[in-house]
Design a protein around this ligand. Structure first.
Ligand code: ASP
Length: 338
């Protein structure tokens, strides 16, 4: 626990690792470092400024590079947040420290599963904690500012990086380095945070949480992502079908286009096809329905990135949804998007 004044807002910090908790051999090493080496409690110790801002209870869920997270960590995270909100009316929000590489995936997963107006804020860093001009401390300070802000309530799961507040649905990592590596393509960030406070200009609206009551099993279905390109190796398609994947996200070219060869491979498969979504490799813009691919049973993923479409598909499969139900869910999500 950070030193506290009784009236300060109460927050839960769930630490999972990442570069924000990473250490290098020296302060000029920006790429050669080990992620997930500092405990969440150490990150807080290095930020005495937070003592005046909030009472923070720290829990270390794991301490990993986010490329190494597994479904079991997601299950733990979801369980802990649901429990904390259910059991602690005095809890005002949750902050999660996380590696940036898959941060948007965890944010989107939580957006689909956590039904509580209190803020859940994910934060990471592009530079290790030992770096000159490390971005982690300020990012964490600002994430706490957002998590304790009444303004942030009802906005869903948020990501705070480099002074920007992003929504879980749109946010994505767009650069391999540099502190401004996160963007929300098409929509832009929801707001920003600085020394004058939290600014979320658009009021929160109605939010639907499609899997709010979903109980997550220990074993998750296999859902793969295929990446479209010129003359794609079709052996990958049949390998996945043979492996019995339950879901498949096609990262099509342009607006989610599959090649003729890929369409033929789907038609030629004699067995049961997985539940399939079609996203785009473009990085922004929607994927709409299209007769050529609709007739093969592929559903358009709208503006969801392939990695976020995969998470929706995972949860839909866990919930036992059939194609028609998933199609309705996607349509309702598109309407919310405006
Ligand atoms: N390798 C890191 C991770 O855990 C990258 C980062 O956190 O920026 O995702």
């Amino acid at each position: 626990m950070v030193d506290q004044s009784a009236s300060a807002p109460q927050l839960l910090l769930l630490a999972t690792g990442g570069t924000i908790a990473g250490r290098a051999a020296n302060s000029t090493s920006l790429n050669a470092y080990t992620a997930g080496t500092m405990a969440g409690s150490e990150l807080l110790q290095e930020l005495p400024q937070l003592q005046e801002v909030a009472q923070i209870q720290v829990e270390q869920l794991t301490n990993l590079d986010s490329a190494d997270l597994q479904f079991q960590h997601w299950i733990q995270l979801v369980k802990r947040i649901r429990e904390a909100f259910a059991q602690s009316p005095e809890l005002e929000g949750v902050v999660i420290t996380h590696g940036t590489n898959t941060l948007e995936e965890t944010a989107w997963l939580l957006e689909l599963l956590i039904d509580d107006p209190r803020p859940v804020v994910l934060v990471g860093a592009m530079r290790p904690a030992t770096a000159l001009s490390a971005d982690g401390p300020l990012n964490l300070f600002q994430a706490v500012q957002v998590a304790r802000s009444p303004q942030a309530c009802g906005h869903g799961v948020l990501v705070v990086m480099d002074g920007k507040i992003h929504g879980a649905r749109a946010v994505t990592k767009v650069a391999t380095q540099g502190v401004g590596a996160f963007q929300s393509p098409d929509l832009g960030p929801l707001g920003w945070v600085d020394d004058s406070g939290v600014h979320l200009p658009v009021a929160s609206g109605a939010r639907s949480v499609p899997f709010a009551t979903l109980v997550l099993p220990a074993q998750w279905p296999e859902v793969a992502i295929l990446y479209g390109c010129v003359d794609p190796p079709l052996a990958m398609v049949s390998a996945l079908f043979h492996a019995g994947v339950k879901g498949l996200v096609w990262t099509g070219t342009g607006a989610g286009q599959l090649s003729a060869g890929e369409r033929e491979a789907i038609k030629a498969w004699p067995g049961v096809l997985p539940l399939m979504l079609r996203a785009s490799r473009c990085g922004s813009g929607p994927v709409h329905s299209c007769a050529l691919q609709d007739e093969l049973g592929l559903l358009p993923a709208g503006t969801l990135s392939p990695q976020k479409a995969r998470i929706l598909l995972l949860l839909a499969l866990i919930a036992g949804m059939e194609r028609a139900e998933l199609s309705d869910l996607l349509a309702s999500m598109t309407m919310i998007e405006g």
